[in-house]
Design a protein around this ligand. Sequence first.
Ligand code: FAD
Length: 346
Amino acid sequence: MNFAINAPLSPKLTPNMELAHRNTFGLDAYAELAYEISSAEQIPELIKIIQEQKMPWRVLGGGSNVILPAVLPGATLLMNIPGKELIKIDLTHTYLSVGAGVNWHEFVTWSLDNRFPGLENLALIPGTVGAAPIQNIGAYGVELADYIDSIDAYDSQDHTFVTLTKEGCCFAYRDSYFKQHPGRFIVTKVVFKVPNHWTPHLHYADLAKQFLNAESAPTAQQIFNTVCAIRTQKLPNPKVIGNAGSFFQNPIIPAEQYEALIKKFPQLISYPDALGTRKVAAGWLIDQCGFKGQRHGPVGVYENQALVLVNHGGGTAKDILDLASNIQEKVHQTFGIQLEIEPNIL
Ligand SMILES: Cc1cc2nc3c(=O)[nH]c(=O)nc-3n(C[C@H](O)[C@H](O)[C@H](O)COP(=O)(O)OP(=O)(O)OC[C@H]3O[C@@H](n4cnc5c(N)ncnc54)[C@H](O)[C@@H]3O)c2cc1C
């Protein structure tokens, strides 16, 4: 494909870029045309040309929540916008502005080092700050949405930069306005709003257990360290074994369905949620169907956590999706619950 832009702000272009090291599943993939976006100003002209040429395109952050085909046709925009900045402190909150290309864990570490605690439960989640709002990342009882002030993005449909407030982002469990409008917005900057008065969030059982016998309340740094230790122990390191973290969302089922299921499966692991529905542990459902630790050719289900699908090496998107579909079918037959895939199939 013959495609180049010559503006002074042109993003760096690499044709036929290898992406094996830019997707945590470790799938062999390459991008026909990869553009490294290092400033928001580069985006309007790039999108204009891409749209004029009717090229397919998508944004790639750290590649920790995607399933890639062997070839990504058209343009792949690699998000690299830098910057971490304290913008204001008012009576109740501290506001931090962060570029979409900043590594998420690096930002969480920076926020603690600079005495802006609050995000410690979300430590060690792979990926970039700009991708974090797409599925409203969450872990250990905390969601990104709890700490959002606003988000800057480029709207490729209306050809304009927009600032969405937290309410405008329509955050829900693993969901957002951006996810509901795939291929429309490019997140460029996130403004976080962290309470000045810090309180620990220890209601998540795995985390609470660690501090059960502590003599004093833990500090944010201790929670951060503990979250990192638990995650390192429970989740496979993508550098060692390819994976995208939790492969399925925890399904949310109506109260009546839960009542019927718990009679049949008294060990069912689930949590009540604010709307009176139940969030069921997808990992438990998969485990009960006997998939944990199973290998299906080059891919499989992680031996210590049934919610994580892994690429032992040489697996393709098709191998992963075939296994996922076996799991979905068996879980549906056994429990009448439809599991939804969490990573984005690009
Ligand atoms: C070991 C492991 C553990 C994980 N644990 C968790 C966890 O605890 N909680 C959790 O919620 N997730 C978890 N994840 C999933 C993943 O880390 C998050 O979803 C993360 O936010 C993805 O960031 P990324 O930069 O890698 O996004 P990518 O994988 O590159 O992209 C994900 C999606 O977002 C889009 N996107 C990326 N950047 C932008 C942008 N700037 N603007 C618009 N769209 C964009 C992409 O097009 C794609 O559709 C885990 C993944 C792994 C591998």
